[in-house]
Design a protein around this ligand. Sequence first.
Ligand SMILES: [Fe+2]
Length: 395
Amino acid sequence: MRILGIVTRTHDSGLVLLESGVPKLILEEERFNRVKHSRKFPFRSLKAAFNDRGLSLADVELITTPWHMRSLWRMMFGAVRDGFPASLSLLPPSARPTQSTLIVTMPMGLRWGLLWHFGIKSKLPKIVQVRHHDAHAATIFVSPFEQATVLVMDGYGDETAQSAYIGTGNRVERVSQTQIFDSLCMLYTAVTQHLGFRLFEEGTVMALAATGDETYAKKFRELVHFKADGDFSINRDFISYHTHGLNRPLKKRFVEAFGPRREKGEPLSARHRDLAYALQHTVEETILHVVRALSKRHKSRNLCLVGGVALNCVANARILSDTDYHSVWVPPCASDSGAPLGSALWHYHQTLGNPRTYQMTHAFHGLGYGDAEIGDAFRQAGLAHKRLPEPELIQ
Ligand SMILES: [Fe+2]
């Protein structure tokens, strides 16, 4: 059975071809159009996956996408209703710069894009919408674990920013989830912007944190309230993300406590480094708080980490050293780049009940390039080249 998992109108557009549970190809559109985190329809990925391999839509039994429209609409409506009237500021596209407003019509967008690519008379397979966090959690089906707890942490999914699952064999079940705006990822993104970095540069701030000290650490801890059950909430005295999105995610009180936003071209100061430290430290402590509670509640000593926050490798290392999980697995496509794969895996294993067939042990699921293609690229660029034997190359 061949499933096409595909996503567009949100960051990291791309696709996967899953054949009998085995990912034959995982493609991110950014690798073709050279736009990092591109949200454009993945036409070039489709060409590489289908046209260049002699496949057509008739070779696909089903299409999956890692967003569930009804859940998404409910979440968006609830967010505006709960924070009304201030929450009207969530409506302009600039409040959600990583996603097109048209994401709420994703299945229609997929239909149009696919018909445009394959021909207007093409017969489209059924499109199955998978809840975003379910798609992330389904990565457990290609993990090394037969049994594991799965922690999904990202900006926001269909209805939550953080969820936990327990998985055994080819079944996985959601056991808890947080409120949509209690999002460590959005906190990290907001402070990253405050420090003068762009979207998707959270990793730079994680590295910057290593050069800071504890000046703001105690004060910053006030931004996250720990609850006894392992849950947490973000302190809205400092944050206005829930009403203004990324247009104005931090309140005056945050600026009073930690200083103004770093201007373009302004050199990095000790204050910036210390704020990065405080952010990273608080996020690590929060993740440890969540993970320790999970380890008490669920007996498996294996943990899968998925979602954009799972890219915080410093926090991941602390989970391994400071909690009683014995094994931690983070897939190479932990962020939304793995969401199309997760949606296809969810349908193949969770919905259809197929046994697991594949373990992901590497990240090489994209296109391969042999000597001929590499030689052609050199020739087209007008560059001289020489093929060296491997031992000589390593020297
Ligand atoms: Fe995600």
